[in-house]
Design a protein around this ligand. Structure first.
Ligand SMILES: [Zn+2]
Length: 243
């Protein structure tokens, strides 16, 4: 991986390795196309997963990072199934934010089926605020990201604020997700692992179905939806036309 001590434009916080690829992979690829520095911070090693091992997941994450062209991939090693808004977990997130100083962070939407996704959302949102306070001393410069963008995992209970057109990178996103061979459907191979919904053909096909649905909302082939808690500001109303 490239030098991990440098600053980022965009940092995705993922509860588990593969959430970043599944829900923000196209946006990360598009951002790379535009020349931005990108990263994923996994909060856990995914050790509660039915399939694979933390070691296998780490190798797969490394491979996916290369495919996405990430500048940084880090793992905070919070226990899987144990993400909580504790001072210790918050400190790990604050240290990460201060190290990489991302302008924009992408975090899970707080309403979801998976408790880790819910807790991750609140944990990182709170840490993003506290990271700007000098009174919290980590030996680093205080830093607060400019914006938080929420991505959706299982539930999409609100109208997205923006949909990123990821049509021209969508095939690459699928390749990056397929780097997690222990987790997802393999057309021509049996892993010998127990079948789960995540590893089913139905889930795999749903990735494309969902991207196609959100793409149709903005009249393109594939899209990734995001939500913001505050209005989007602009001095140039024509900028929203993406011309
Ligand atoms: Zn997850």
């Amino acid at each position: 991986m490239p030098d991990s001590s440098t600053k980022l434009d965009i940092l995705v916080f993922a509860p588990h390795p593969d959430d970043g690829e599944l829900f923000c992979g196209g946006t990360l690829l598009k951002s790379k196309q535009h020349g931005y520095r990108t990263g994923i911070c996994d909060l856990t090693r995914g050790e509660m997963g039915t399939r694979g091992t933390p070691e296998i997941r780490a190798e797969e994450a490394q491979a996916a990072s290369t495919l996405l062209g990430l500048d940084v991939r880090v793992n905070l090693e919070i226990p899987d199934g144990g993400i909580a808004q504790t001072p210790e977990h918050r400190l790990r997130v604050i240290q990460t934010l201060r190290e990489f100083q991302p302008h924009l962070i992408l975090i899970p939407y707080p309403e979801d089926r998976h408790p880790d996704h819910v807790h991750a959302s609140y944990l990182v949102k709170e840490a993003a605020f506290y990271s700007g306070l000098r009174a919290i001393d980590t030996g680093q410069t205080p830093y607060r990201p400019l914006k938080i963008l929420y991505y959706f995992t299982h539930y999409i209970p609100v109208q997205p604020t923006i949909i990123v057109d990821v049509s021209d990178v969508f095939e690459y996103k699928l390749v990056a997700i397929q780097a997690y061979q222990s987790q997802f459907y393999q057309a021509n191979a049996s892993t010998g692992e127990p079948e789960t919904y995540i590893s089913s053909k139905t889930f795999w096909e749903g990735i494309t179905g969902r991207a196609s649905y959100w793409g149709s909302k903005i009249q393109v082939r594939y899209g990734e939806p995001f939500w913001m808690s505050e209005p989007v500001s602009t001095q140039n109303v024509m900028a929203i036309l993406s011309l």
